[in-house]
Structure formats: C-alpha cells, structure tokens
Design a protein around this ligand. Structure first.
Ligand code: FAD
Length: 352
C-alpha cells in the first residue's frame, strides 16, 4: 500500500492547479487521469478577458483572481522552464456607433480604468478586417496555452512519482476510519476534479451543473496577419503561427464531437468581419463544467468527510483556478471556512 496525503481525480486545469498548490505546502499527491484528448482544458483557447463585453462590466472577482492567476502561471514558467502565459491586448470591434459610444462612456467609469482603454483605435488592415466603427482594447488580458502547460506539468508530476494514467472507478473506494483507500493507494482524502464528468460521480451527482458544449476552430488566413486578439461576436486569437477561432455555446447537445453546424456557425460569424479566405486547420469540441449559478464548486462531502470536490470553473477556468485552488488548500490544511458563494453546501437541501 502506498500512502499519499491526497488523491486528486483529474488532470485538467482544476486538478493540476490544485495538485501544485498542495505540493507547495509539502503535501504528497497522486493525480489520476484517464487522458481524454477532448477535455475542456485541452480544447480551451485559454483566454483571460477581464471584462464581460455584453454589458461592459468587470468579470466576477477579477481584481482578486487575475493577479493571482498571473503569478501562478509565471511560477510555473520558472519551474518548468517554458512560457505558457502570454499578455495580449484583446480588441473589441464595434458593430455600430452606439456600441462605440457605450464603450467610451464606460471607459470613464473609475472601476473600469484598469481594465479597458478609452481610445478608439484602427490597428488592423481595413481591407482585410471590416470594422468601420473602430475598436478598443481590454487592458491586462492574455491567454494560457493550456494544452502545453498541462503536458509539461504532467511530466513534472511523473518525475515526482505523483501521477497515474488510469480511469478512476468509484467501486474501488474503501472508507476506513483513519484513511480512504483506492486500489493500492491510501490517503486522507480523495478530491474530485473531473470537470463535466462529475455528473457520473455517485457521491456528487446532486451538484447542479448546467453544462455547455463548446467548439473551437484552429484556422489560418490567405493573407491577413494579426498580432492581437480580436472579438466581434467570436474571438480570433493568434496561436502558435495559426489562430484560434471560437467559441460556440450549446446547452443541449452535450458530447465532445465537433459538428458541421458548430464549424459553420463560427465561420459565418468570422466571415462577417474578415475579408480573407479562412482555412480550417483543426476543429475541436469539449464540454465546459458550468454550474446553474455560474460559480465554482468547492468543498467536502457532507456525509463522507474523506471526499472533496474542486470543480465548476465554467467558462473561465484559467483565471479562476489558482485563486480558488488556494481557498481549497486553506480549507484542507487550515480548516478555513469557504466563501458561501463557492461552497457546495449552498446546494444542500435545508431541513424543514
Ligand atoms: C471550446 C471551449 C473553449 C474554452 N475557452 C476558454 C477560455 O478561452 N478561457 C478559459 O478560461 N476557459 C475556457 N474554457 C473553459 C475551460 O476549459 C474550463 O473552465 C476548464 O478547463 C475546466 O477544467 P477542469 O479541470 O475542471 O475540467 P476538465 O478540463 O474537463 O478536466 C477534467 C479531467 O478529469 C479527467 N477525468 C474525469 N473523470 C475521470 C475519471 N473517472 N478517471 C480519471 N480521470 C478522469 C479527464 O480526463 C480530464 O482530464 C473553454 C472550454 C471550451 C470547451
């Protein structure tokens, strides 16, 4: 029998960030992952956009989570000797005058000073990009090459004897008074970071996910070259010599299969403002672990204290994971109370 402090199920963003956060506190972890190619984390474009474009409001808890996330990924870069996080302006292309006016008004509100620029700019080739009403950019945006980081971090886990490529099966869990056992591993707790597959977990199937399938294309253009990310209904992000074009949102068709409909939807939206041939290089789909109230899911099981969950990162896993993994560590190691907004107990049925 091999003893660790925590068994973590899932090596997506949630499981990986949590694993490292625990390792930094000298905890021994075992991360178990079945290595699906289509996990939400591997498919994600990894964008960190500090504002919600629709209403031009700050993204939830941005002042706390973004500095935390940047520091976490910078530390990973030092540890793994590679670059994964890139600062990059994200330009919002205005569809009409009123949208441009709304942005200008909002950029004068002090709480948005740090997050959106106040100037209307025309940095793109007008022949190739259709944006008669100009554009303006977000400040402090960027993106994480999620797949590259997860790959490198997996190697780090393997080197530290902390990784197992295996499907975690619930039937093999054995509850003992002082520990929990799974196959030939014993631990204080098992922490589930299974992304949307959590819906199959018999201990946490009461958590109210409202899952969202997303599709993203990797594309290239005949002539157009972009140095910045742009958004006009869809985003286009320069990525490893190509571009990520995304993403779709589908609440009904919850599988990881790329569809003709998703592809056409993205290409149609992009060709409304790109006057160039768009060549599709790759097409991926994944399911985001989105929750009914759009907040993460953290906590220990109300009956089985040896089981915990870290999930529900929704559409913003890159920004949210480091800050909330730290909250999870404080809960596990210092028994600190979780913020109500993210505590899974918010969904426990109250006794009459
Ligand atoms: C198309 C698309 C675009 C996106 N774009 C962005 C973006 O630009 N920015 C952003 O921040 N977020 C984005 N997201 C959301 C982001 O991907 C998620 O918030 C985040 O990756 C969720 O991470 P996770 O670790 O919770 O889940 P997952 O990535 O799904 O990881 C779960 C892991 O658990 C493993 N697992 C599950 N069950 C088992 C089991 N029983 N045994 C073993 N292993 C198991 C799986 O193999 C997987 O590796 C996007 C998502 C999609 C689909």
């Amino acid at each position: 029998m091999k003893n660790v402090d925590y068994i973590i199920v899932g090596q997506g963003l949630a499981g990986s960030v949590l694993a490292y956060s625990l390792m930094q506190k000298n905890q021994k972890v075992l991360v178990v992952d079945e290595e699906t190619e289509t996990s939400s984390s591997k498919v994600a474009a990894g964008l960190c956009n500090p504002v919600v474009f629709k209403r031009l409001t700050k993204s939830w808890m941005i002042d706390d989570v973004l500095p935390y996330a940047k520091e976490f990924y910078r530390n990973q870069e030092e540890l793994l000797e590679d670059q994964f996080y890139f600062d990059l302006p994200l330009f919002k292309l205005f569809v009409d005058e009123s949208e441009q006016e709304f942005w200008k008004q909002k950029s004068n509100e002090p709480h948005l000073f740090d997050w959106i620029n106040d100037k209307v700019e025309y940095p793109f080739d007008k022949e190739k990009v259709n944006y008669a009403f100009g554009s303006s950019k977000t400040l402090q945006s960027g993106f994480l090459k999620t797949g590259a980081w997860l790959d490198k971090f997996k190697k780090y886990l393997i080197k530290n004897d902390s990784y197992l490529n295996h499907k975690f099966d619930y039937a093999n869990i054995e509850f003992r008074s002082e520990e929990i056992v799974w196959k030939n591993y014993s631990a204080q707790k098992i922490i589930f970071c299974e992304g949307y597959q959590s819906i199959n977990n018999p201990y946490f199937d009461w958590l109210p996910f409202k899952l969202t399938k997303g599709e993203v294309l990797t594309v290239n253009f005949e002539k157009l070259e972009l140095k910045h990310a742009i958004n006009k209904g869809v985003f286009i992000l320069p990525y490893d010599g190509d571009y990520k074009l995304g993403a779709t949102y589908n609440w009904d068709d919850l599988d990881e299969i790329p569809t003709e409909e998703g592809r056409n939807q993205l290409l149609k939206k992009a060709s409304k403002f790109i006057n160039d041939e768009i060549k599709v290089v790759n097409h991926q789909a994944g399911v985001r672990p989105t929750v009914i109230d759009r907040r993460p899911l953290l906590g220990v099981h109300h009956e089985h204290q040896q089981l915990a969950v870290f999930n529900g990162l929704g559409t913003k896993g890159v920004m949210l994971a480091p800050y909330f993994a730290n909250k999870m560590v404080d809960l596990l190691l210092k028994n600190e109370v979780l913020p109500n907004e993210v505590n899974i107990n918010r969904f426990l049925k109250k006794e009459a």
